[in-house]
Design a protein around this ligand. Structure first.
Ligand SMILES: Cc1ncc(COP(=O)(O)O)c(C=O)c1O
Length: 495
């Protein structure tokens, strides 16, 4: 009742019940983390089968006991999810999530700071600020870089894209809009760039024709000679280039573009240099990879995703900008109903002024805690081990008479199944191999022993393993080779 001293709400859980439910849930999760070796990566159930687990009931009118709900829901999730924490999960770029991240998300949700404004989240804002600073330190860019946590790679790249546009577009753009600017703004990226760039072109009003897709060379890096020439031609033809995107670990093969060459071209043409390092950027800190990333410190903005190669649970991306004023210039607004700046003995950092979100959750906590739990040295070691395992997969595929090792960069290896005595160069054979490997991938994904994804490399349909998984061991890699070959033979005999 509202009039009671302590209002009785159907939402609130009593202290004792919360304690006991929490213990039970943690017990379930402790067992879950320990059970990956006995569970399939995925059950391969169809959407229909999964739907039938939920039933077709309408929205319930009255509630249920929480204990029952948590028990049945944890059961549902543990038994029917794809487990990206499984040691043989190598699909796309989703990491085996840190356990401290799961606890951090619980803590963050319980305290529930709104990290849009400093006054609403004094400690959380300070922690996010420190997290961003540490991420910049981790990869090794100057301390001028600032930024914020976002939901992932798409948002991190969008944020950099919009900061670039504010910095380089005519100052009237904000008032007049793109449609009324006389400038025909264009931007550049390699053909290997992730699909976020198309979304940005569409959503932010440029249209996909404003994307200049630069071809890649045989080594999958952007052809920077073509880039330079295309920029020249565009300027001659009355276009206004404003941004070049370099990949630091492209989504398909993990290739890092020639960043120093892109930085030079950007400098000479006064263009914004953005790096999509959503996946690969943490590897810039590994001594053996440093040369590959040469030039990244010249970037005006960098996207990097803790939920990829820093193993944060979803969602955690980050945008770093060399001069964060460009973020405020892009996103800041001061409505009368915000009373966020009074009594500050130093200028406040209100994260709503740095990005697309207004109310913001406390994503930084899981990243900050993991950085503190693990420390830089052990993080670097783990990332390096992931690379070593990807190299092992490539080497084992190369040795195997029924496999073709196709590419290996950072922690991504691509390979395909090629039956013995198969004339891969004969006409028609390539399309046969593509069909075979596509079928094989589907079979592997449904089978649940190992989870790979695919990449199309020089028209070859390849199986792709991306190892951002601190649970994977050499044994998993060797078993993966055996599984691919065993299942490859079965698919072949069925064709
Ligand atoms: C290089 C790169 N950029 C951007 C993205 C998009 O990231 P997200 O799915 O977190 O939005 C990905 C996803 O794999 C990626 O590999």
């Amino acid at each position: 009742m509202v009039g009671e001293k302590h209002r009785l709400s159907p939402i609130e859980i009593s202290q004792e019940e919360f304690r006991s439910l929490g213990y039970q849930l943690i017990d379930t999760l402790a067992d879950f983390y320990n059970s990956f070796d006995d569970l399939p990566v995925t059950t391969g159930e169809t959407p229909k089968q999964i739907q039938s687990l939920l039933g077709t009931d309408s929205l319930p009118d009255s509630g249920m006991p929480v204990s029952e709900l948590l028990k049945s829901t944890s059961d549902l999730l543990v038994k029917h999810s794809l487990l990206n924490g499984h040691p043989k999960f190598f699909g796309y770029i989703t990491s085996s999530p840190t356990q401290i991240g799961a606890l951090a998300d619980l803590l963050a949700a319980a305290v529930n700071p709104n990290v849009g404004a400093n006054i609403l989240s004094p400690v959380a804002t300070a922690i996010e600020k420190q997290t961003v600073k540490w991420l910049a330190e981790f990869i090794g860019v100057s301390s001028t870089y600032g930024g914020l946590l976002v939901s992932g790679g798409n948002m991190a790249n969008f944020t950099g894209f919009l900061a670039a546009r504010t910095a380089k577009a005519p100052k009237s753009l904000k008032e007049d809009g793109l449609a009324n600017t006389t400038e025909k703004m264009v931007f550049y990226c390699s053909k290997a760039t992730h699909t976020w760039i198309e979304k940005a072109a569409v959503l932010f009003g440029h249209g996909t024709k404003a994307i200049r897709w630069i071809p890649i060379r045989d080594d999958n890096k952007m052809n920077t000679q073509v880039l330079e020439q295309t920029i020249k031609d565009d300027i001659t033809n009355g276009y206004s280039p404003f941004l070049v995107v370099g990949n630091a670990g492209d989504v398909s093969t993990g290739v890092v573009d020639d960043l120093s060459e892109i930085a030079r071209i950007c400098k000479e043409n006064q263009l914004w240099f953005h790096i999509d390092g959503a996946y690969g950027m943490p590897a810039a800190a590994i001594p053996q990879c440093k040369a590959m990333f040469h030039g990244f410190q010249d970037a005006d903005s960098i996207a990097l995703d803790p939920h990829k190669w820093l193993y944060a649970p979803l969602e955690a991306g980050c945008t770093l900008v060399k001069n964060p004023q460009h973020l405020t210039d892009t996103f800041s607004a001061h409505p009368v109903y915000y009373n966020f700046d009074h009594n500050a003995d130093e200028p406040n950092l209100n994260f709503y002024e740095y990005g697309l979100q207004n109310s913001r959750g406390f994503r930084a906590l899981k990243v900050w805690l993991a950085l503190k739990q693990v420390g830089r040295a052990a993080y670097l070691n783990t990332i390096r081990e992931d690379i070593t395992l990807a190299e092992l997969l490539f080497a084992e595929a190369k040795k195997h008479p029924e496999l073709e090792a196709v590419s290996q960069n950072l922690s991504i290896t691509t390979l395909r199944y090629v039956p013995i005595n198969h004339g891969a160069d004969e006409s028609g054979q390539e399309s046969f191999l593509n069909a075979l490997n596509e079928k094989l991938l589907n079979r592997l994904q449904e089978g649940g022993e190992v989870f790979l994804s695919n990449a199309l490399i020089s028209e070859k349909y390849c199986l792709r393993a991306c190892i951002v998984n601190y649970r994977t061991s050499e044994k998993d890699i060797r078993e993966t080779i055996e599984i691919i070959v065993r299942e490859g033979r079965k698919v072949l005999s069925g064709l």
